[in-house]
Design a protein around this ligand. Sequence first.
Ligand code: NAI
Length: 333
Amino acid sequence: MSEPINVVVTGAAGQIAYSLLYQLAAGSVFGPNQPINLRLLDIPVMMTVLDGVIMELEDLALPLLREITPTADPNVAFKNVAAAFLVGSMPRKEGMERKDLLAANAEIFKVQGKALDQHARKDVKVLVVGNPANTNAWICSHHAPSIPKENFTAMTRLDQNRAQAALAARLNVSVDKVKNVIIWGNHSSTQYPDAAHATVNVQGSTKPVPSVVNDDNWLNITFVEKIQKRGTAVISARKMSSAMSAAKAAGDHMRDWWIGTKPGEWVSMGVLSDGSYGIPRDIVFSFPVAIENGQYKIVQGLQINDFARSKLSITSKELEEERTEANNVLQNK
Ligand code: NAI
């Protein structure tokens, strides 16, 4: 059994955290031999709700879960953390534009970036879930100059899981038979869910998804729109945003980053662009990545056709606009 690691979850009294915390305590993210101390950050008014969450965590009676620290102080929450799930954010309210949401959240992620910079381990792995996730990750990393920029990632794993499940349903196979679907770009409706490089295992043989689906119209339009609009569909049915699936995706993202991906397989993560595939540098863009020894590398050499290129341009342009907006907000403070 290893020494316990400190793991922080922000927005710990919220609905995603409610599902995520169980996975962390059960060992499904950091493995069955890794005890954890949980730091639970939320805002002061949520501290009584957090008391209830803590009672439930205690009542799980799970041996990997050691200390639990509830707090509204980022300086306490981020102390010596090895992994950070930044889930808490200002929710989008009726009539609020993405821009307004960005302004409300820029300040939160600036404060948390500074707290990470001062208190976290320098090898901390940071996963931003709170929206707008890509740009929040960018803001956070800019306020934590002592931590490598590649340690800040944004979650597009829920979109990847949705895409994988949609392809499996279309092909009438179980979800584990579908691999290497990619989410490019922003975790927003401009994202590009790309099945061009995905494979499906049919009766023991691995085949390219496009040749098995054999319907470009479905792959380029129906499938893409379904994934882009899936979050909205869940909200309109549930009257609340995806939480169980978002928490599962956050666990998947961190587990793969911590433990690694299988040879020949990749997953999608929002990471700081290094200019791969002609994407502008210095935006947090979702790329396919392969992971070994806790380090991810953007998968290189995939063919990008004209259709894909036009989709990549739309989503990278949106991220550049968000970055400009974030800069404006932060400079005017
Ligand atoms: P929620 O509203 O249930 O919980 C959010 C929690 O964050 C609340 O307890 C709130 O008090 C807390 N919070 C607000 N400001 C905070 C601060 N400065 N520090 C610490 N905690 C703070 O929301 P839910 O459903 O858990 O979603 C959280 C975020 O995740 C939202 O921004 C949502 O849009 C985003 N999301 C992202 C997805 C992705 O795929 N990247 C998927 C689904 C949701």
